[in-house]
Design a protein around this ligand. Structure first.
Ligand code: G3I
Length: 378
């Protein structure tokens, strides 16, 4: 499979604005934008031992190309993660010839603005995201050989720039609670996880190794949570070197925020942390599909969900990273993947279409202010 990335597309206006704003240098003035309450989310988080940040991309809607968004990201974030640019469908499936260009642009932007960098993801073990060409390549090369050389090449390229890797992503089928059954785990069984995490440890020994998934606190996630718990237990039993559970936190992703199972969710988090795993929120956003059309009401509901979720999550001292899946409503994946029935754009993130801070931003700030101090990764 050839990498399908086409690179950032800048309009003439963006190009001029970028040049005028010094974008060619990558570093953005952190004073360029003032938060409504003075303190950045980065600083509020750091005061509690938490690192705050976001996913960004290198193309359309990237802070690298948009000076307005760039100033906000530079001010608010202590960590970035590429939304798609470290996935195999962008890097390519030939470990000897990987396309690191887009991911390197994000790494450069993070470096220029003194931010940490997370990696997402070395093995997205989900059939939907394994193209026939990749499956073919893996079968031809041999699953173990391909996986080892791919992970070696990717972790080796970024070296110690990346302090935390989503080594394996979404391997549990939410409907069955079982490992999904891809070209990798059909060939290798449970060893696929040993190979992935051990190779990551060998070639990026400094980096935190995360298992990342989207089990959530709403009703309907019971089987998914139980499956993830069984997987984490088996990791421990078989000494697979996994440090933390990445809780994606795409809230209300089935369209509903009703039926939150506080007690069951707390039991899940207690069970995970009792096994010694650390926690991180890796992809926070709030699907507003079932919320009112009225923007003030909708924003207030989104903020209320955010506050109640973060208050609970941040009460765990094991949780020391909070990343949103974008900061800007305009470019949220939800507009494409989960459009509202009334055709209005989703408002799932802390900044609105015009890059004004929303009540959700205030909710995140409040939750950070209320969080206990922890000895975190920050
Ligand atoms: O790169 C092509 C581009 O060349 C083409 O013009 C364009 C036309 O639609 O498509 C572009 O690729 C899209 C890519 O996003 C970049 O925009 C893919 O079709 C689209 O499938 C891809 O979606 C991403 C999705 O993961 C699948 O990789 C979303 O942006 C991204 O937000 C989403 O992120 C996932 C996490 O990785 C894992 N957890 C769930 C989360 C949300 O689904």
């Amino acid at each position: 499979m050839k990498p399908n990335w086409q690179g950032p597309v800048l309009t003439r206006r963006q190009q001029l604005a970028g040049i005028a704003g010094g974008l060619a240098m990558g570093a953005l003035p952190r004073m360029a934008w003032a938060a409504e309450d003075g303190a950045s989310l980065r600083d509020l988080a750091a005061a509690k031992g938490i690192v705050f940040g976001t996913a960004i991309n290198a193309g359309r809607g990237s802070p690298i190309n948009d000076p307005g968004y760039g100033a906000i990201v530079a001010r608010e974030c202590g960590v970035l993660v590429p939304e798609n640019e470290m996935k195999v469908y962008v890097l390519g499936d030939d470990p000897a010839r990987l396309n690191f260009g887009p991911a390197d642009r994000i790494a450069g932007f993070a470096r220029d603005n003194a931010m940490k960098l997370r990696g997402h993801t070395l093995l997205w073990n989900y059939g939907k995201y394994i193209s026939p060409a990749l499956a073919d390549m893996v079968t031809k090369t041999g699953a173990e050989k391909w996986l080892r050389s791919y992970i070696t090449a990717v972790t080796g390229h970024f070296g110690d720039r990346i302090y935390s890797w989503d080594v394996v992503n979404e391997t549990i089928d939410p409907k069955t609670g079982q490992v999904r059954g891809t070209v990798f785990d059909q060939a290798l069984g449970f060893d696929v996880f040993k190979i992935a995490y051990e190779t990551a440890r060998e070639h990026a020994p400094h980096a935190q190794r995360v298992y990342n998934d989207y089990m959530s606190w709403e009703v309907g996630n019971e089987t998914h949570r139980a499956g993830v718990l069984r997987l984490l237990e088996r990791f421990r039993k078989e000494n697979v070197p996994v440090d933390a559970l990445g809780i994606q936190s795409h809230l209300g992703n089935d369209g509903s925020h009703s039926g939150v199972q506080h007690a069951a969710w707390k039991r899940f988090l207690d069970d995970v942390t009792a096994m010694g795993y650390r926690l991180l929120i890796t992809e926070f956003d709030i699907n507003d599909r079932e919320m009112p059309r009225d923007i003030a009401q909708r924003d207030a509901q989104v903020a209320a969900v955010a506050k109640s979720y973060l208050d609970m999550m941040l009460s765990y001292p094991q949780l020391d990273q909070l990343l949103c899946w974008g900061l800007w409503d305009k470019h949220s994946w939800l507009n494409g993947f989960a459009p509202r029935a009334d055709g209005l754009p989703q408002r799932p993130l802390p900044y609105d279409e015009a890059l004004r801070p929303k009540p959700m931003r205030a909710a995140i700030a409040d939750a950070l202010r209320a969080a206990p101090v922890r000895k975190g990764i920050a």
